[in-house]
Design a protein around this ligand. Structure first.
Ligand code: COA
Length: 257
């Protein structure tokens, strides 16, 4: 892979977009490599993933604008579908994916972060959907995921003005879960990832499924789904181990089985 680095330390994988001369802009090749990287870290030993950008300046400054002028409408649609497929793959990933937003997360970069299960921003981050400045609109899911995360009114303001917000505002509107000093960003994400890594992997994966699918359903259907997934956890060895460990007043040793 030319633009993606994978660093594995114990149960945590860090996927880094490394195309610094273009502020980690998302060309079709970068999107393909990100998808490949997710496949590579979808192994039993990995329990959580951190996604970030190389350098101090950008998480990803958006889709690669240099590709745009030559696109036909059909090529533009294919590009949007490629970005959306990657966003869906991140969202449906069976291990939590944490976006470590280390700088600009604009356009497609913001949309990738929105597809992650949680977001932590450096104090220096700038986040936004500036597509309207270019005469285009979001294509990787921003018009759908941003309102679901921050509410329709705030999302529409950001989407129609193209205004980029700082980390403090992102925290206030619920776009990010927490803000960290730039040097503390990866350690903060690592700490969350390690907490997750200590839990029962299937219970974590089923929780992701319940929340992701449940939010697209009526409350009644979502509650039904939850009851069925709750029942599924009772088929796992980890459920026996977790409850037994509690009763024996010891720390559980989860195996993912
Ligand atoms: N696509 C392609 N290249 C990009 C890019 C993008 N989305 N964002 C930045 N780059 C490139 C620049 O063209 C520049 O390349 P060059 O050195 O070959 O000219 C390099 O990255 C550095 O960017 P530059 O604009 O010089 O940095 P800056 O610090 O002055 O500004 C930004 C940073 C993020 C404000 C500015 O790059 C920007 O507005 N980028 C586009 C953001 C955007 O609209 N994204 C949505 C796309 S749909």
């Amino acid at each position: 892979m030319d633009f993606i680095k994978i660093d594995i330390s114990g149960p945590v994988a860090v996927i880094t977009i490394d195309r610094r001369d273009a502020l980690n802009a998302l060309s079709p090749q970068v999107l393909d490599e990100l998808s490949q990287a997710l496949d590579e870290v979808n192994t039993e030993g990995i329990r959580a993933v951190i996604m970030t950008g190389a350098g101090k300046k950008a998480f990803a400054a958006g889709a690669d604008i240099k590709e745009f002028p030559s696109f036909t409408p059909l090529q533009a649609q294919d590009f949007a579908l490629k970005g959306q497929a990657l966003s869906k793959k991140i969202e449906a990933f069976p291990k939590p994916v944490i976006a470590a937003i280390n700088g600009f997360a604009l356009g497609g970069g913001c949309e990738l972060a929105l597809a992650c299960h949680m977001r932590i921003a450096a104090e220096t981050a700038k986040i936004g959907q500036p597509e309207v400045n270019l005469g285009v609109m979001t294509g990787f899911g921003g018009s759908q995921r941003l309102p679901r995360l921050v509410g329709k009114g705030v999302a529409l303001e950001l989407l129609t003005t193209g205004r980029a917000i700082d980390a403090k505002e992102a925290l206030r509107i619920g776009l990010v879960n927490a803000v960290a000093a730039p040097d503390e960003l990866l350690p903060a994400c690592q700490e969350i990832a390690e907490q997750i890594a200590e839990k029962a992997p299937q219970a974590v994966a089923l929780t992701l499924e319940a929340v992701n699918h449940g939010l697209e359903m009526s409350l009644e259907e979502g509650l039904n789904l939850e009851a069925r997934l709750f029942a599924l956890t009772f088929t796992t060895e980890d459920m026996q181990e977790g409850t037994q460990a509690f009763l024996e007043k010891r720390k559980p040793k989860f195996t993912g089985k």
